[in-house]
Design a protein. Structure first.
Length: 135
């Protein structure tokens, strides 16, 4: 009715400023995560990821970003008992990437990491891991 029209005319328009944020890719060294199932070592998931990071933060805190993403990647894959590196489903990897970004951002104390992209993930048999580590 007319009352609603009066309320609308009094409402001040709000401007939304969209801040442009530049992102930079930070390569994370491959991480080997032991896959323990039923108390036995089934092998190692070797994951290579890239972090999409606020460019300004990438320059200042690259070492911390590497450290916290590596830690979050290891913990996330190690703790997820349903994760099977031989079944690389995009939706599962995206969800894991989100978990890793959230955990690393928590350690960094701010939302520096926009996303984690899995470049590669493979399963190594327990006996083959030594040759990879030695290189």
């Amino acid at each position: 009715g007319p009352y609603a029209g009066i309320l609308q005319s009094r409402a001040k328009p709000t401007a939304t400023l969209v801040e442009h944020i530049d992102y930079e890719s930070v390569d994370i060294a491959p991480v080997a995560v032991p896959m323990l199932r039923d108390g036995q070592l089934k092998g190692y998931a070797v994951a290579k990821v890239t972090a999409s990071v606020v460019a300004e933060d990438a320059k200042k805190t690259k070492a911390n970003i590497n450290l916290y993403v590596t830690e979050a990647l290891f913990r996330t894959l190690f703790d997820d008992r349903d994760f099977d590196p031989t079944q690389k489903r995009p939706a599962q990897l995206e969800a894991l990437g989100d978990k890793i970004a959230t955990a690393a951002n928590r350690r960094l104390g701010r939302s520096t990491i926009k996303s984690i992209i899995f470049e590669n993930i493979n399963m190594l048999e327990p006996g083959n891991a030594r040759s990879v580590v030695a290189k």
